[in-house]
Ligand binder design. Structure first.
Ligand code: ADP
Ligand code: MG
Length: 396
């Protein structure tokens, strides 16, 4: 995939109307209050830079997965209010997205002013990349900017279609994502270490296969590791296991050996007798988990071994927690890996929604080179797939 794209720095936006696709898909609680505004904050530098160039800005985003048009809980009104505070300028909202109100407001918009369109997914055809909708977005502006990395793996009207009708540039956040992760794949500081975890092997096959051609070391942890243990004939009790992936695991170990990629598997596991926060944590050697116990974290010996690999790395890409980090008694392995990455001199990249949440929760996010804003998008990136939202942007 070509990830060298033209950015807002490569175009004169003075006096132009700029339609910008953002990721304002922020979490809100039952009262509709935003519980984490970091997605809004991360795109502020792009919005500010476009405004500073003397452009008028029309922002758009999805929020959640509305299925039947307008629904209050998916409205961007809360985003409008938060944006206003953060930008320090009024932000107008066009409730009909591409209707007469939006057209009028966009037409009247002056340099330095900001208009926000309502949730693009209130439009039925948006997620089908409907080209009439794309055309209507394009009619509101003269230039398109994409700063929604988390939506770049989706071919929708507001990420791909619209780029057929307007010159399309990357925002600063998308540029950073592509620069850091692109270099990690194409020209990494070595050794390049991939850490894979999370619940299922089958979720991550694309990434593992692709990284097998690039990485020096692959560390396996989390729920997926028990499938490897079982595939090798070890006892895993009631741990997560995908029997249908046994063949894949064995093949992978063989291929890695042929390619000279070092695969690191757990040597011990922290187990509990039921899946809950109050389960008593007990450590067993890998492959020796009793029938009634479930592996919920990597053990202390494994954590130390993994930390050592991380200390010697040039680049570390991490996707998927080492255990059920949501339960404090089973969070130590994930924490140890996060800490080793935070302390390492290596280029450190976190991809994956839950891994990013874990790093955030442990307070290490600032110590990483890059925490990707795109869970699914970063996975597809590391699987070597072309992201349609990126492909649609002008090449540098
Ligand atoms: P990411 O979002 O970073 O890609 P995943 O979605 O693949 O990560 O996996 C995250 C989930 O995996 C977490 O909710 C975590 O609790 C779960 N998990 C990790 N290890 C285990 C385990 N041993 N048993 C059950 N669930 C696990
Ligand atoms: Mg996840």
């Amino acid at each position: 995939m070509n990830y060298k794209k033209k950015t807002i720095r490569d175009v004169d936006l003075k006096g132009k109307k700029v339609l910008m696709r953002c990721d304002f898909n922020v979490p809100t609680n039952d009262e509709g209050v935003i519980t984490d505004d970091s997605r809004i904050r991360k795109t502020l530098p792009t919005i500010q830079a476009v405004l500073d160039q003397g452009a008028a800005v029309i922002l758009c985003s999805h929020k959640g997965r509305p299925k039947n048009g307008y629904e209050e809980k998916f409205s961007l009104k809360v985003v409008q209010a938060r944006l206003q505070e953060l930008l320090g300028v009024p932000v107008d909202l066009a409730s009909d997205i591409i209707g007469p109100e939006a057209q009028e407001k966009a037409k009247a918009l002056q340099p330095g002013q900001v208009l926000l369109l309502e949730n693009v997914r209130f439009l039925k055809g948006e997620t089908k990349n409907d080209m009439d909708i794309a055309r209507a977005y394009a009619d509101l502006a003269e230039v398109f900017v994409n700063d929604a990395f988390g939506s770049c793996h989706r071919a929708h009207s507001s990420t791909v279609g619209v780029a057929s009708y307007l010159p399309a540039y990357s925002g600063l956040l998308v540029k950073k994502e592509l620069d850091v992760m692109g270099k990690a794949l194409s020209d990494p500081n070595r050794p390049l270490v991939l850490i894979m975890g999370g619940s299922k092997v089958s979720d991550k096959i694309g990434v593992i296969d692709h990284m097998l051609t690039l990485a020096d070391d692959i560390i396996i942890g989390g729920g997926m590791s028990y499938t490897f243990t079982a595939a090798k004939g070890g006892k895993i009790g009631t741990s997560l296991c995908e029997n249908e992936s046994f063949e894949y695991c064995r093949e992978l170990l063989k291929k890695a050996e042929e390619k000279g990629v070092r695969i690191h598997l757990p040597v011990d596991a922290v187990c509990g007798d039921h899946f809950a926060a109050d389960a008593e944590p007990v450590v067993y050697a890998d492959g020796e988990i009793p029938d009634n116990m479930m592996g919920m974290d990597i053990g202390p010996k494994t954590a130390e071994a993994y930390a050592e690999v991380i200390r010697n790395a040039g680049t570390v890409i991490w996707n998927g927690p080492m255990g059920v980090f949501e339960f404090p008694a089973f969070a130590e392995g994930t924490k140890a890996v996060a800490k080793a990455m935070a302390e390492s001199e290596a280029v450190t990249i976190i991809g994956g929604g839950d891994s990013a949440a874990a790093v955030e929760q442990f307070g290490y996010a600032d110590k990483m080179t890059h925490v990707s804003t795109g869970g699914g998008a970063s996975l597809e990136f590391f699987a070597g797939e072309e992201l349609p939202g990126v492909a649609a942007l002008l090449d540098a």
